[in-house]
Write a new protein. Sequence first.
Length: 98
Amino acid sequence: MGHVVRAGHAQNEEAGELMPTSWSEALDIIQANLCYCGGDKLPGHAFCRLDHNRLPELLKLELRGAVIGRGFEEAYDRALVVLETKAAARAAGAAGGV
Ligand SMILES: [Zn+2]
């Protein structure tokens, strides 16, 4: 899997697990014009349009309504897990030559 540089998002390389997003990281993420995937996004949005469309409706609503320091970080982390799971599934499908 290629290494992706995330906007202000720390990753525990040894465990290969995502670290929980902190309050200050969440601020960086929301203000950035680059999505965690490297795609363009609008400041004020958590993800680019492509990633946003991949999220379940409930998570989209949660991210839209969440405020940093009041649930945004948790919703963002859950969204990241969903997106990474889907990305891994796509990568596995491509490698398997389906
Ligand atoms: Zn993206």
